[in-house]
Design a protein around this ligand. Sequence first.
Ligand SMILES: [Zn+2]
Length: 279
Amino acid sequence: MLPSGPTLPGHVLVVGVDGVRFDFLAADSTPSVWALGRAGFLAPVPVDEATPTWSGPCWATIATGAGVAGHGITGNDLTGHRLAEHPDFVTLATRAGLPTLLAVSGWPPLALPEDGGPLFAEATRREFTAVPQTSAEAGLAAWDAADEAITATAAAVLAADAPRVSFVYLGAVDLAGHATGSGAAYRAALRAADQRVGRLVAAVRSRPSGPQENWTIVVVTDHGHLDEGGHGGREPEVATAWAAAAGPGIRPGAPPPVTRQEQVAPLVLAAAGLSSGRA
Ligand SMILES: [Zn+2]
């Protein structure tokens, strides 16, 4: 006989890892993302032709479910955006009265009123780890430290408080691509990011009440990188982003529910028990 307790509301953890090439994901190099793919789905997500392959517009589309024509962001300065008409999923959850977490490493306009930001307008808990301006070599270590710090903070909040909707952003992989291309340092940063994803998932799983909390885990990137580093164009290794997710509403082996960047936010909101507000 099945237990027939009350249905508990869904919880959603979204980890955004900036600038991760789809063709670098594999069972041995990124086991945490790969495991999500086995439990749910892992799918390439082409960046729309109308969307420049920069972090600003791609994250705006992922966060809001609107395309460039809606949110109005075409570069990494968000000034002039129409986010008030197209709020991000953390803001919508916060306005619906849910406890939320925004935890961002390194890139200010996602979380702070800089460069036209914040992209994520409202959250009940907001954490930002700054990366000091420094040389390229020192920059790699500084971004790694910032990602490490935000992971520790977010893991503690997830384990203790279980916010209903969380967005955690890791930026060191993208910085490595810009600094050195898609080589050894980039692969090392990607391994570190995947381990951090694993720690965030483990924090959720550590909760004694976790199995009843209907957790959906989403990991998503915004764009890829050229072999020599850099992005902004339409090359396949740049314009092929990806998403992975697993949770009670996601059936392994079914067609992936996310094949466009606009489909991430509706999936998050639905898993949290909220309508997307876009009929
Ligand atoms: Zn980016």
